[in-house]
Design a protein around this ligand. Structure first.
Ligand SMILES: [Zn+2]
Ligand SMILES: [Zn+2]
Length: 279
């Protein structure tokens, strides 16, 4: 059996106040497996924390951006610069929602045409689209968010099963059809229960989604200021109590290994990719 899929929460913060204070990092998630080296939602700090944690951004094969908010896209261009060896070779895949690539009535394009043209492939992520990338079949899920084009992603691996990332969304009728039969569901739970905010997920929404989808495990990330003040561990525990699904709140620098079992720990120093050769 191969080593499992590694999912590293380089950053676990979300929302404007956590971004501007960096109470949690806003660096997004790195996903590594065999030939796949993917950065998901590179907010402010994605480049710096990739390097500091030993994940050479030049080894990236894909950058995914779920929607046009700064805590999800700001470092996308610099990661594309690294992925393309300083824009000297067309390389890698960019996957992003329509607003990020082409703008919409709520935002300008988040990534310049210049950068979009340097990847080997650019995929506009719309709900229900499905495409192959290395050892994964990836499908795009729908989010209900203040960027109306926002999406989430589901990853299917024949050996290790499925995991998914909701991005920013509120619970909506039918959301669970995207998240059935998962081993791991990563939810962007910005707010605790009792603090609803349109277009964003609270602990109450997370309970509804988890109850409908019944993943093997759930992880909360993209934690906002109100969530941090309430206590993400406490909120995760309440989700576990309400659903019976083992649920943890992610921390910066956490590594989830999706193998035969799901292991959660810190980034293992010995596993870090060497940055030697960096000029
Ligand atoms: Zn967000
Ligand atoms: Zn957002």
């Amino acid at each position: 059996m191969n080593a499992g899929v590694r999912i590293i929460t380089l950053g676990t913060g979300g929302g404007r106040f956590v971004t501007m204070t960096q109470r949690r990092r806003t660096a997004g998630i790195r996903i590594l497996h065999q030939n796949l080296n993917l950065h998901l939602d590179p907010g402010p700090g994605a480049l710096v924390h990739s390097i500091n944690e030993g994940f050479d951004p030049r080894k990236l094969t894909a950058v995914f951006v779920s929607h046009c908010h700064p805590d999800h896209y700001t470092d996308a261009e610099v990661l594309i610069e690294a992925m393309t060896n300083g824009m000297t070779r067309k390389h890698g895949t960019l996957v992003a929602d329509k607003a990020v690539l082409r703008g919409s009535n709520v935002c300008e394009p988040s990534i310049s045409k210049y950068h979009q043209n340097m990847t080997q492939q650019t995929i506009e992520a719309v709900p229900d689209l499905s495409f192959r990338m290395e050892e994964f079949q990836i499908s795009v899920t729908r989010a209900n968010h203040t960027d109306p084009d926002a999406v989430g992603f589901r990853f299917h691996n024949e050996e290790f099963g499925d995991f998914a990332y909701t991005s920013d969304t509120e619970h909506y009728e039918g959301i669970s059809k995207y998240y059935k039969d998962l081993r791991l569901l990563i939810l962007c739970v910005m707010r605790p229960s009792g603090k609803p905010w349109k277009g964003h997920m609270t602990t109450v929404d997370a309970i509804k989604i988890i109850n409908e989808a019944r993943p093997e495990r759930a992880v909360l990330t993209h934690l906002g200021m109100q969530m941090l003040l309430t206590g993400p561990t406490k909120e995760a525990e309440s989700i576990k109590q309400a659903t019976g699904v083992p649920t943890v709140a992610a921390s910066d620098g956490m590594q989830i290994t999706l193998g035969e079992n799901i292991k959660i720990g810190k980034i293992a120093k010995s596993d870090e990719q060497s940055l030697s050769g960096f000029l």
